[in-house]
Design a protein around this ligand. Structure first.
Ligand code: PLP
Length: 398
């Protein structure tokens, strides 16, 4: 493995703006759980591009939908409708109807950050002048655009970009008293992840989410749930909020929605969505015909394989196996969004690098924990192979 992926290509200088650090591997091909780098070395992908490719790489149904639609119609602008995006929106609304019992409407976009931007603007319009603040949690991650970053509860990420947009405040996660203390008559909404993914795979306490829902009802606030990482079956239910049995007003999603195709969405209960008027929000690429075809193909396939059930079952198996490994202090998370907390003194980044060298893709989500998010389609033999690689590598560290 080269020290820097771009050096293997004879590229002296990385062609990208240096916001992503120096990648160590350059991939050329993927199929299912497997990836191959440019030198032909095989890897098992237990990260899925940060919980994106939940159906695995090069899924035939997704590839077929993409190539078919590419030959039909890609884009017509939002001055007109197109049938694939309209159909996809109906399918996603149906999924949310089943999860919430609420009829809602959808805004398509291209990423998780954009989905949250739409939600944050909706909250401001809903609250009205003077009631525009949004409360989110410390440790949260909501995206890199300025407002999504302001909502992100990680002050170190704000620091280089001061001043941040006005109207964002943060409270301790899973602490209802802290949230209650932060609410005054300038607050319009609360934005939370059901599992803080980037924050270290830290699940919200279901009772906390129920208390938040009750508080929002009492104060007339929107409850907005960021399902960008957790949505579409990843946690063992279609959406993470379902573990708490709550009904959000707004849900944002992306990642698994396109299985690698860039698409996101904001869903809002119909009465809440109605505060947006023509011209309030938009995007050239909101609801392209191509994205619509992919969203429908991915959702159809996720339903066909019963993604939440698979994620719950495989997640339980994987948790049991990982818990028995040397150097593992504990495994947290639900479904196939897991963090392996390493024994004190073991550096997660060093383990991650060794795993990568041994052909297993994971990520050091904190200094002491690895994140695992394999595809729902992962085979039993692939789970065993990944666990064996982890066993070998972890033994070197204990
Ligand atoms: N929200 C959550 C919970 C996320 O995990 C992420 C990305 O990791 C985002 C928002 C931002 O999504 P994107 O990178 O697609 O803008």
């Amino acid at each position: 493995m080269s020290a820097h992926a771009f050096s293997t290509q004879g590229v002296d200088h990385c062609p990208f703006v240096p916001v992503f650090g120096a990648p160590q591997v350059m991939f050329a091909k993927g199929a299912g759980t497997e990836l191959w780098d440019v030198d032909g070395k095989r890897y098992l992908d237990f990260l899925c591009g940060l919980a994106v490719t939940s159906l695995g790489h090069s899924h035939p149904a997704v590839a077929a939908a993409l190539s078919h639609q590419a030959g039909q119609l890609l884009h017509v602008s939002n001055l007109f409708a197109n049938s694939t995006a309209a159909h996809a929106a109906q399918q996603v609304n149906q999924l949310l109807l089943e999860a919430t019992g609420q009829h809602g409407q959808l805004f398509f976009c291209n990423s998780g950050a954009e989905a949250n931007e739409a939600a944050l603007k909706l909250a401001r319009k809903f609250g009205g002048r003077g009631r525009h603040a949004v409360v989110s949690a410390y440790g949260s991650f909501h995206g890199r655009t300025l407002a999504a970053l302001a909502a992100t509860g990680q002050p170190a990420k704000h620091e280089p970009f001061f001043p941040m947009p006005d109207g964002f405040r943060h409270v301790t996660f899973n602490d209802i008293n802290a949230l209650e203390g932060a609410i005054d008559d300038t607050v319009a909404a609360v934005l939370l992840e059901p599992v803080q993914g980037e924050g270290g795979v830290l699940p919200a306490d279901p009772q906390y989410l129920r208390d938040v829902r009750a508080l929002c009802d009492e104060r007339g606030l929107l409850l907005m749930i960021d399902e960008v990482q957790t949505g579409y079956g990843r946690t063992g239910m279609w959406f993470g909020f379902q573990h708490a049995g709550i009904v959000p007003d707004v849900v944002t999603m992306a990642k698994a929605m396109g299985n690698g195709f860039p698409v996101g969405a904001m869903w809002a209960r119909r009465e809440v969505a109605a505060v947006f008027q023509p011209g309030d929000h938009g995007s050239t690429y909101s609801g392209t015909a191509l994205a619509g075809a992919v969203v429908t193909a991915v959702l159809d396939e996720l339903r066909r394989i019963d993604a939440p059930w698979l994620a719950a079952r495989r997640g339980a198996e994987l948790t049991t196996k990982l818990s028995q490994l040397p150097g593992v202090a504990g495994v947290r998370g639900t479904g196939l969004l897991l963090a392996v907390e390493l024994s004190p003194g073991i550096d997660a980044k060093a383990v991650y690098q060794q795993l990568l060298a041994n052909g297993l893709v994971t990520n050091a989500v904190t200094a002491t924990a690895l994140r695992l998010a394999p595809p729902f389609t992962v085979a039993d033999t692939e789970i065993d192979e990944a666990v064996a690689i982890m066993h070998t590598v972890l033994q070197e560290f204990v």
